[in-house]
Write a protein that binds this ligand. Structure first.
Ligand SMILES: [Zn+2]
Length: 157
């Protein structure tokens, strides 16, 4: 089976919350695509409940695009401790952290149910499974802990 970088990471050595650049890949025409690990919860010590994670996902999909150019996708990890972020080009980790901070601050302080995009049966695959309350609580906690620029040391927090 193919080796996957994410499984080579020592999940016991990291100190969440952090943003980590996983890889930059180049297509046949030279275009760069970056893959980031947005780790919000310390692995194997906690996880965001599905409804809150789902609401954070919907909000990040919109909010991150307001703060960072070139976003292709942001999707939750199956372990529910964070998200993959895929972008065109090579934005810096600092730029990604700034965009995530601003997005979580909006969720924590300002977001109302009317701000959550795509929460009906037409635009979501499980629209009943959302929690803005949980999304706000987690966003507040993550921001209070600070988002590190380095996965192994608390940098820029
Ligand atoms: Zn959905």
């Amino acid at each position: 089976m193919a080796e996957v970088e994410s499984f080579a990471l020592d999940h016991t050595a990291v100190q969440a919350p952090y943003v980590r650049r996983i890889a930059v890949e180049h297509g046949p025409k030279g275009d760069a695509i970056s893959n980031f690990d947005l780790r919000f919860v310390q692995p194997n010590e906690g996880e965001i409940a599905t409804a809150g994670l789902h609401t954070i996902e919907h909000l990040l999909a919109s909010l991150l695009r307001d703060h960072l150019d070139g976003i292709i996708d942001v999707s939750p990890f199956g372990c529910r401790t964070g998200f993959h972020l895929i972008t065109w080009g090579e934005p810096s980790v600092a730029d990604v952290v700034a965009a995530v901070r601003a997005s979580l601050a909006f969720i924590a302080d300002k977001a109302t149910w009317a701000d959550v995009p795509g929460v009906d049966a037409i635009s979501c695959g499980n629209y009943r499974d959302h929690s803005l309350h949980s999304a706000r609580e987690w966003s507040t906690l993550i921001l209070s802990q600070g988002i590190s620029l380095d996965p192994f040391e608390r940098v820029g927090v």
